[in-house]
Design a protein around this ligand. Structure first.
Ligand SMILES: Nc1nc2c(ncn2[C@@H]2O[C@H](COP(=O)(O)OP(=O)(O)OP(=O)(O)O)[C@@H](O)[C@H]2O)c(=O)[nH]1
Ligand SMILES: [Mg+2]
Length: 455
């Protein structure tokens, strides 16, 4: 598709998002940009020659028909995003205004831009390198501030350092395997030694893969499950955390049957909050199914919140939950603190952690609750920060990882050390490709498949 794109054409696009909006920005780039600007822009103070800067005036159509008043940003030379003469019309974000402006641009021989075409021109004019384009693309996919920090940290060479560590671990492994080839009687001992560097490499590799998968939307946000008895206030807390009425709250026990999921931000990271059906031992039929469904979400959660009705306290249900899922990080919310018959536990030694006093109904005690949640999030997502591969590196890491996993499997079997050593060499070679040249064509293809119009 790119082969049809002609740099001698002048392109335009609305780059400010859906209409109506307070302000709309229509971007124009190409050799005719300045003459188009002179046809459309009117101002008593405008001499007829643009300099680099911002102008206030009116925009007109054919026969001086008024379109709007607004600002015009002018980049007369190559000091622009695309590296060619460019304009930005900042007008009112009315569909009618934008439509009239675009109609006039077409009359003046500009054409609508393809997705990512402004960035493509920036690349052709050496304003952006393929790596910068990859970073830009990922910036649009960033879901929280940690993603942004990870993208900018790429410049510090975090992934290169990761690849160096992986290579170090594999070279160590190769040395060990080569010893095994020479001294086959000590093979079992040698493979034992090889396990640790290999496990370390697999862990580092899969963490980087997970980070990218999350950014690209192929893996979900880590889950936080709300669990407890019917009527404890799980759905009320679900709504309080989201700051909106999302789940039905009712004084009838067993209101929530299905699993509800919504995203929220904690410690700069996106998490998925899960509301589950209340648990009790006598549940049957759909209620039992709902509880089992909640159980499967709890198993997959990074941490969980045990919601306890503070007017009742701990029962067998809570004890069983703590027994079964106590090894996973959790917070205990001692809910309904606004009620007169609410009691904070007299003997804290009977509980694994001190509960947080809370009234989900009145959002009272939420500060302490958020502090406890932040501590949990910090403890359960230590891998959020770290090397974030680009798409190209991610694809290579996937392959390295699958080689490492198969190596690990064979290490425990009775595979010949020569075979293992060969496998490890292939993985090292794959890692070598990281330092090779970036495949520009591949990067550019991805711009056109993923960038929006106007970028
Ligand atoms: N006074 C008071 N009432 C609360 C509080 N939290 C929840 N409730 C009430 O307790 C009842 C049950 O609340 P829900 O949030 O639906 O409880 P749940 O744990 O989701 O219940 P199930 O979906 O049945 O498992 C409702 O009448 C709520 O208004 C609170 O902090 N204070
Ligand atoms: Mg509920």
């Amino acid at each position: 598709m790119r082969s049809h794109l002609d740099k001698s054409e002048t392109i335009f696009a609305l780059c400010s998002g859906p209409l109506p909006s307070a302000v709309a920005i229509v971007r124009v780039s190409g050799p005719r940009a300045l003459s188009i600007g002179r046809e459309i822009f009117r101002s008593s103070s405008f001499s007829g020659e643009f300099e680099r800067g911002m102008y206030f005036g009116s925009f007109v159509g054919e026969g001086e028909t008024p379109i709007d008043e607004g600002l015009l940003l002018v980049f007369p030379d190559n000091r622009s995003f695309t590296g060619e003469p460019s304009l930005e019309f900042q007008c009112h974000g009315s569909p009618a205004v934008v439509c009239s402006l675009e109609k006039r641009l077409i009359e003046l021989a500009a054409r609508p831009a393809q997705p990512g075409e402004f960035s493509y021109r920036a690349y052709l004019n050496q304003k952006l390198s393929p790596v910068e384009i990859e970073n830009l693309r990922d910036l649009f996919r960033a879901q929280d501030s940690i993603d942004i920090a990870n993208i900018y940290r790429r410049r510090d060479g975090a992934t290169t350092a990761l690849v160096e560590r992986l290579r170090g671990a594999l070279t160590g492994l190769l040395a060990v395997l080569d010893t095994a080839i020479d001294f086959s009687e000590e093979y079992a001992e040698v493979t034992q030694q090889a396990q640790e560097p290999l496990d370390l490499a697999i862990r580092e590799c899969s963490l980087a893969i997970q980070r990218y998968a999350r950014l690209s939307g192929t893996s979900n946000a880590p889950r936080v499950a709300l669990v407890g008895r019917p009527n404890a206030g799980k759905s009320s807390l679900f709504n309080a955390i989201l700051c909106r009425y999302r789940a039905i709250v009712h004084d009838e026990p067993g209101t929530t049957r299905d699993v509800l999921e919504e995203d929220f931000v904690l410690n700069g990271r996106r998490w998925r909050l899960v509301d589950t059906a209340g648990r009790h031992d006598e549940a049957t039929g759909t209620e039992r199914e709902g509880i089992e469904l909640g159980d499967s979400y709890l198993k997959g959660a990074s941490f969980w919140i045990l919601v306890v009705d503070g007017t009742i306290g701990i029962s067998e249900v809570e004890r069983a939950l703590l027994q079964r899922y106590g090894s996973k990080p959790f917070v205990i919310a001692w809910n309904k603190s606004d009620l007169p018959n609410w009691n904070y536990p007299a003997d804290l030694s009977t509980l694994p952690v001190a509960p947080v006093r809370l009234s989900a109904l009145h959002a009272d005690g939420m500060d302490t609750f958020w502090a406890a949640m932040e501590a949990m999030a910090g403890a359960s997502a230590p891998n959020a920060r770290g090397p974030l591969p680009t798409h190209r590196e991610y694809a290579a890491l996937l392959e390295v990882n699958s080689r490492l996993l198969s190596l690990r499997e064979h290490l425990d079997g009775d595979e010949l050390p020569e075979y293992l050593s060969e496998e490890a060499r292939v993985a090292v070679n794959l890692l070598e490709s990281f330092v090779g040249e970036v495949d520009t064509e591949q990067v550019l293809d991805r711009i056109f498949s993923a960038f929006c119009i106007g970028k």
